[in-house]
Design a protein around this ligand. Sequence first.
Ligand SMILES: O=C[C@H](O)COP(=O)(O)O
Length: 255
Amino acid sequence: MRKTLIAGNWKMHGNVASIESLVNGIKSQLDSSWQSDILVCPPSIYVDRTVQLIKGSSIKVGGQNLSQQEQGAFTGEISGDMLADLGAEYVLVGHSERRSLYHESNELVAEKFAKALEKGLTPVLCVGETLEQRENDTTMDVVKGQIDAVIDFYQDKTAGLEKLGQGVIAYEPVWAIGTGVTASPEQAQEVHAAIRHYLAEMNTGVAEEIQILYGGSMKAANAEELLAQNDIDGGLIGGASLKADEFIAICKIAG
Ligand SMILES: O=C[C@H](O)COP(=O)(O)O
């Protein structure tokens, strides 16, 4: 039975005061009967503070990105060790904004995925197609390529699949991110099921157990329908995770 994961990606938003108020707002409305995991991914500079703020609650903290490098002369980069040192448990890799704005290739994302695991962090591998790719009917080719790169990073396919299974996948159609246009529950479920089917052809255990989150304009008003789909195991939420009441409403739906 896969556990639901509701993850907030705060992107490059917030300051000390707003993050304090957001975390306290979320914390104060948590219900201990909820079965889902709740994760927040602040900007890296606020990871430390967020970890302090969530203490005493079940909320987990993740980074939004990490370096594929171990350490050294890489100005501006954040290592997996640093995130883990601060108490982060998860890290996003390959978010579409990193892929498109910072030219992160599938291969680089695979390196980051592997580095995260090596450091004891759970990587959330973001995959998804652009509108053009969807219109050209290449959605699954794109998504498979993004997943294959992670598997192929390892020496053999069996090891690669096992490593993939230690992470989380977030399907985020690029055309639905920050646009207010959500994939319909059917559109999202179709891709989630196709991802699971693709993995099942290679390893049924990984396919059954891996959490596949949906991301792209998820909010309280559409979360119920999306989360009701068989293969949607949670959400990676951007804009709606910046408001405590909205985020908590999604967590409540996920229960
Ligand atoms: O990481 C989150 C996704 O990019 C979704 O963002 P959004 O909920 O603002 O569309």
